[in-house]
Design a protein around this ligand. Structure first.
Ligand code: ATP
Ligand code: FE
Length: 347
């Protein structure tokens, strides 16, 4: 089948056309970074309005790039949650309109399933596999047995790492989104100059915590500012390197445990933070040691995009899912329905 995928759950408006064999026929992503730049974070009202304005155009461009019309498609997949409700609603309403007008099947997709199934879009990955989903709003280990079968093995009990990267960037006066700017600054930094904590490493299991790490960065910055009246470029780089190393250490050790616990033949990673090269290298080492294959999708498919939604829609469609005009937009929607919602920590 050929699916249109629509994504608007956070600050990227995206549409893509994907074929059942995993070929991405078109993928359009319109970011909103500039719109939120003055606010130090994503402003839900601004995001919702921008999605409502841009969605039509993104879909039009994706179809044009693919050289297809609605009549050539077999279905429409849309992110139905979790995320900022205004944006999710804008996407769901557009998808319903398109489905009603064209008579195409409608499939509502969980944004996290989109991230978690991406390795199957990009590589020959069979079920089951271990997924580390590490993004702006989420951080969890998932045991993936099918397109609708996810078991949560553990995750952050407070902040998501992407959120921590963004806050650290903000603390240091680096541009948003924080992940890429912290990674660049860290390249010329000394990760050992500041001894940042590795929270929860002493505890068994796969749960993680990142908010203490963020606070440690804040304290270090304030201490340097008090001592020398400001931050030098080298201080920024050293803080970034130390912070990034701590995040990578925690994620690597918890991944080692999750691999041990599941005996997974394959470790896959997804979500925006999976774009981080140091993290990828650390995870590759852990997987190799455990004798597991490691799959990390290309960066543009790690951050929010429409292709992962189209693909998750195709997988759900093949499993028999069809949604009607009563498809709801859900601000919260844990992938593993059995997991305690409190532990899903996210925006
Ligand atoms: P969620 O998917 O949980 O709803 P989101 O959609 O905002 O959250 P993504 O688009 O998957 O998250 O990822 C964005 C996050 O990834 C941001 O927090 C950003 O700072 C982080 N990020 C992007 N590139 C990098 C990088 N190279 N290193 C670390 N973090 C990164
Ligand atoms: Fe995302």
């Amino acid at each position: 089948p050929i699916f249109l995928g629509i994504e608007s759950s956070c600050d990227d408006t995206a549409a893509a056309v994907v074929r059942g064999d995993g070929t991405i026929l078109a993928s359009v992503v319109a970011g909103q970074t500039a719109l939120h730049a003055d606010f130090g974070g994503v402003v839900p009202e601004i995001a919702a309005r921008a999605h409502a304005e841009k969605l039509d155009l993104c879909v039009e461009q994706a179809l044009e790039q693919a050289g297809l019309g609605l009549a050539d498609l077999n279905g429409i997949a849309v992110t139905a949650g979790p995320g900022l409700i205004g944006g999710v609603l804008a996407g769901v309403m557009l998808a319903k309109g398109l489905a009603a007008g064209s008579g195409l099947p409608l499939v509502g997709v969980n944004h996290l399933a989109g991230h978690a199934l991406t390795p199957r879009l990009t590589d020959a990955v069979a079920y089951p596999y271990l997924m580390l989903l590490v993004s702006g709003g989420h951080c969890q280990f998932l045991w993936v047995e099918g397109p609708q079968c996810f078991t949560r093995l553990g995750g952050t009990i407070d902040d998501a790492p992407g959120e921590a990267f963004d806050k650290v960037a903000k603390l240091l006066g680096l541009p948003q989104p924080g992940g890429p700017s912290v990674e660049v600054a860290a390249r010329s930094g000394d990760p050992r100059r500041f001894g940042f904590p590795r929270p929860l490493l002493d505890r068994p299991g796969c749960d993680m915590s990142f908010s203490g790490l963020k606070t440690a960065v804040l304290r270090q910055r304030d201490q340097l500012v008090a001592e020398q009246g400001g931050l030098h470029e080298q201080d920024r780089s050293d803080i970034c390197a130390g912070f990034q190393a701590a995040v990578a250490d925690v994620l690597a050790e918890k991944t080692r445990r999750a691999l041990e616990q599941t005996g997974a033949p394959l470790l896959a990673v997804a979500g925006g933070v999976a774009a981080n090269q140091e993290l990828r290298a650390a995870l590759l080492r852990v997987a190799e040691t455990a004798g597991a294959r490691f799959v990390a999708p290309p960066l543009r498919l790690c951050t929010d995009n429409g292709a992962m939604i189209a693909w998750a829609g195709i997988e759900a469609f093949r499993a028999g899912q069809r949604d009607g005009m009563d498809l709801a937009a859900r601000p919260r929607w844990p992938l593993d329905q059995r997991a305690a919602p409190m532990l899903g920590a996210g925006k």
